[in-house]
Write a protein that binds this ligand. Structure first.
Ligand code: NAX
Length: 326
């Protein structure tokens, strides 16, 4: 029998964790023939909730689920891990300065990176969902010097999927007709959803939309969609975030051939993004590795939007560096 793939979800007692683990166990992540062992990492206050989730997982009698471990010890959680989805993080509390936020998250993602370095399987892949996702991924990768840095990525797939949904809606086409859309930069309000290389049903999107709609409606709505969900739903995005995490990991592991998507990956210096920053780029997964789509011609509008978001990433990196977290 096949060894189960070891999948670890942190923050598994929280909302996104709850929306994520049942779909993983049902086969949405790695297909319906790959057995899985799920490990749920929580902080001590969250362990009870994760244990409850584990009971419910048992009650689903998922064929693929070969075991569930609940722990509050990163060393246990990441022993032999093949896929780590790092959801648990420290959200910004009232009156919290950015430096406090970065420091609190450094204390989470530094030790988790260390534990992944010590215990991760040779093929370990890490997706960071917890905010600030790009910089948390940077911190985790910096603490895992023996793991190739391209095994760390940050989630901008929810932003990507939001952008695809908005564009398909505006053009009145199916989401499957949209290709070549990119979310660049930071997973924050400065992100830049770029349609200039996108096609809809084979037609160039730039010829179907006007710049005013892009600048005044599309870009802000995608970037502010998290706030819109909070305002309408009365709570943050949960199921759509879990869905995006599954899309990201599935595409990363299985590849997507000629199509592309968006993911926060360690920059190789492409598109004038300083090497080493975790920045969202247009990517394809080739042989299980994210590759940045090369040599796109960027217009002035795109270049200035990307530069603004990259400047924010540089600031975050410099701030965590100053705190000694890198
Ligand atoms: P919840 O507060 O419901 O759950 C977070 C869970 O993480 C809690 O149960 C908490 O006990 C646990 N946790 C905290 N520190 C931990 C640690 N060191 N180790 C293990 N577990 C730990 O938040 P939820 O709604 O699930 O959101 C989780 C994170 O996702 C937040 O940081 C949020 O900002 C981020 N998001 C990121 C998105 C993205 O696109 N990248 C979109 C959705 C979401 O906003």
């Amino acid at each position: 029998t096949r060894q189960p793939v070891r999948v670890t979800v942190t923050g598994a007692g929280g909302q996104i964790g709850y929306a994520l683990v049942f779909r993983i166990a049902a086969g949405a992540l790695l297909g319906t023939t790959t057995p899985i062992h799920l490990t749920l990492l929580e902080i001590p206050e969250g362990v009870k909730a994760a244990e409850g989730t584990a009971l419910e997982l048992e009650d689903c009698a998922f064929d693929l689920l070969r075991g569930v471990t609940v722990t509050d010890d990163p060393a246990v959680a990441f022993e032999g891990v093949n896929i780590a989805v790092l959801v648990g993080s420290r959200p910004r509390g009232p009156g919290m300065e950015r430096a406090d936020l970065l420091e609190a998250n450094g204390r989470i993602f530094g030790p988790q990176g260390t534990a992944i370095n010590a215990g991760g399987a040779d093929d370990v892949r890490v997706l960071v969902v917890g905010n600030p996702a790009n910089t948390n991924a940077l911190i985790a990768a910096a603490h895992a010097p023996d793991v190739p840095s391209d095994r760390f990525s940050a989630m901008t797939r929810l932003d990507h999927n939001r952008a695809v949904g908005q564009l398909a809606n505006h053009l009145d086409v199916s989401v499957g007709a949209i290709h070549g859309l990119t979310v660049w930069g930071n997973h924050s309000a400065s992100q830049y959803p770029d349609v200039f290389h996108a096609t809809a049903g084979g037609r160039a999107v730039r010829e179907l939309v006007d710049e005013r709609w892009l600048a005044e409606t599309f870009i802000p709505r995608v970037a502010q969609r998290g706030s819109e969900i909070i305002a309408v739903r009365g709570g943050s995005s949960v199921a759509s975030a879990a869905n995006a995490a599954i899309d990201h990991v599935r595409d990363w592991v299985t590849g997507r051939g000629v199509d592309w998507t968006s993911a926060g990956v360690v920059s190789d210096g492409s598109y004038d993004v300083p090497a080493g920053l975790v920045c969202s780029f247009p990517v394809r997964s080739v042989d299980g590795q994210w590759r940045i789509v090369p040599a796109l011609q960027l217009n002035e509008f795109s270049r200035s939007r990307i530069a603004a978001s990259v400047a924010e990433l540089v600031e975050e990196r410099d701030a965590v560096r100053a705190l000694g977290l890198l």
